[in-house]
Design a protein around this ligand. Structure first.
Ligand code: T4K
Length: 420
């Protein structure tokens, strides 16, 4: 499936924008995170097989095959598949024996931080490097106290953290280092696939991810003991029939999820290619628009480019939120990932009301970032329309800003009791 521009790709004047009453540029919504889907026949064949076997979950053959395929692809000894990336994070934290205070980036999906809190740890928000959007190792070093026991790095947008610097800090200061690699499946760092760094890395195979299992996740690690503990914990602690060896939960991946995972994995070359094509089309289309910067990926590394993210800075003639409003009216459902930052989400906002003061880069970025639709559902023609909308919006300048302001006031008026 590809997106269908409703305007037939025709360039539109500012007065024709949907926000001001024109028809939307796209008849159907374009989603950030629209799933990448592999070969349907192969998927149906696998689903037929699991139904015939009557083996639906609990370490079935498809899950084992998926785990082996992921471990081989990443060049890592163990892959322990889970029901979601969130559960995989929770189990990784517990299986690594983490307790106490852990330094974590606030510029991430809230699941990263919730996993620490859920396990009874205390997240300590540490600012990011504005160039990479990942933990700034200098800030990490400065924030370590006698209570610090771990670091949870996030390879945001699939761009690797400062892995060497964080590893050196963790070793020197005796901290446990794990990575949230939810965005980074299929990405490499210095020629080595993400997955083998730190004590463990956690993948997400959610529907919106590069490779998906509908819902799913995994812990990948070269640590034999950690992998063994994680396997027990994901299945209620069962070491054998009737033998429970530790506290556990239900974090198992189902067979139908693994069927989707194997089928997605087989299609990964197409996913890489489509995302690369989309990214290049965005880069060409956004070229030269003042105040709008597309985040860059390292051309020397393997990269899934599953997130196309722009930074809209103060020099742009429209603010990020106005641009988003304008795009939504056109059915381009751009997302403000990860606004407003985890430190401003509950319970962290109440627990750490002053956290923002120590997070200037995060605060700045959460006001600027906008994720645009990509993935196999997008095509270059639709991206041309999207980038043209952005170009027009930015060229509309103060006049467009005023019209947006008027549109906002009118909306507020309507929602006010007694308003017109
Ligand atoms: N760590 C990081 C860094 C993460 O980004 C995530 C998840 C996790 C950990 C946790 O992993 P999981 O437990 O989820 O495996 C979405 C995803 O639900 C979430 O998995 C993902 N990160 C996050 C970045 O995006 P929301 O709250 O934005 O979901 P929602 O419902 O708004 O959907 C996202 C977009 O995808 C929408 O534009 C609609 C579109 N979509 C979604 C689904 C499910 C589709 O087009 N088709 C679909 O089937 O969190």
């Amino acid at each position: 499936m590809t997106a269908e521009p409703a305007s037939g790709g025709r360039r539109r004047r500012a007065s024709e924008l949907a926000l001001f009453g024109g028809p939307p540029a796209f008849a159907e919504p374009l989603h950030v995170g629209s799933p990448n889907i592999g070969d349907r026949d192969r998927l149906m064949e696998r689903i037929g097989g699991l139904l015939d076997r009557r083996w639906l979950t609990n370490e079935g053959p498809l899950v084992r095959e998926f785990e082996e395929a992921v471990a081989a692809f990443l060049g890592v000894r163990h892959c322990v598949a889970m029901s979601s990336g969130t559960v995989a994070l929770q189990i990784a934290i517990r299986a690594a024996g983490m307790i106490g205070e852990t330094l974590v980036s606030p510029l991430t999906f809230v699941a990263t931080v919730h996993a620490l809190q859920w396990q009874g740890l205390t997240p300590r928000f540490c600012d990011v490097d504005p160039a990479t959007h990942n933990l700034d190792p200098h800030r990490v070093e400065e924030m370590i106290t006698p209570r610090t026991t771990g670091i949870l790095g996030v390879h945001l947008w699939g761009r690797p953290c400062a892995i060497e610097a964080l590893t050196a800090i963790a070793e020197r200061r005796g901290l446990t280092l794990i990575f949230d690699a939810a965005h980074a499946f299929g990405c490499s760092h210095r020629g080595q696939m993400i997955g083998a760094f730190g004590r463990a890395e956690v993948l997400s195979f959610h529907a919106t991810k590069f490779v998906n299992t509908f819902e799913g996740g995994a812990i990948v690690t070269n640590d034999d003991d950690l992998a063994e503990r994680a396997r027990l914990m994901r299945n209620h602690g069962f070491a054998d029939y009737d033998e429970v060896s530790c506290v556990g939960t239900n974090g198992k991946m189902s067979e139908v999820a693994a069927a989707m995972g194997l089928t997605s994995l087989e299609a990964r070359d197409r996913f890489y290619d489509d995302n690369r094509r989309n990214y290049d089309a965005y880069r060409a289309g956004l070229e030269g628009i003042g105040g709008v910067d597309l985040i860059a990926y390292d051309e020397d590394e393997l990269c899934n480019r599953n997130y196309v993210v722009i930074e809209v800075d103060e020099s742009a003639s429209l603010a990020r939120d106005d641009l988003q409003r304008l795009l939504w009216a056109e059915n381009v459902l751009a997302r403000r990932y990860f606004f407003p930052g985890c430190h401003r989400a509950e319970p962290y906002r109440s627990l750490f009301p002053r956290a923002g003061l120590e997070l200037p880069e995060t605060e700045r970025l959460t006001g600027r970032l906008l994720a645009l639709p990509t993935g196999t559902a997008m095509d270059a023609a639709s991206i041309d329309v999207v980038t043209d909308l952005i170009r027009r919006a930015m060229a509309g300048g103060p006049q467009l800003s005023r019209r947006l302001q008027m549109a906002r006031s009118a909306a507020a008026d309507i929602s006010t009791p007694g308003g017109g």
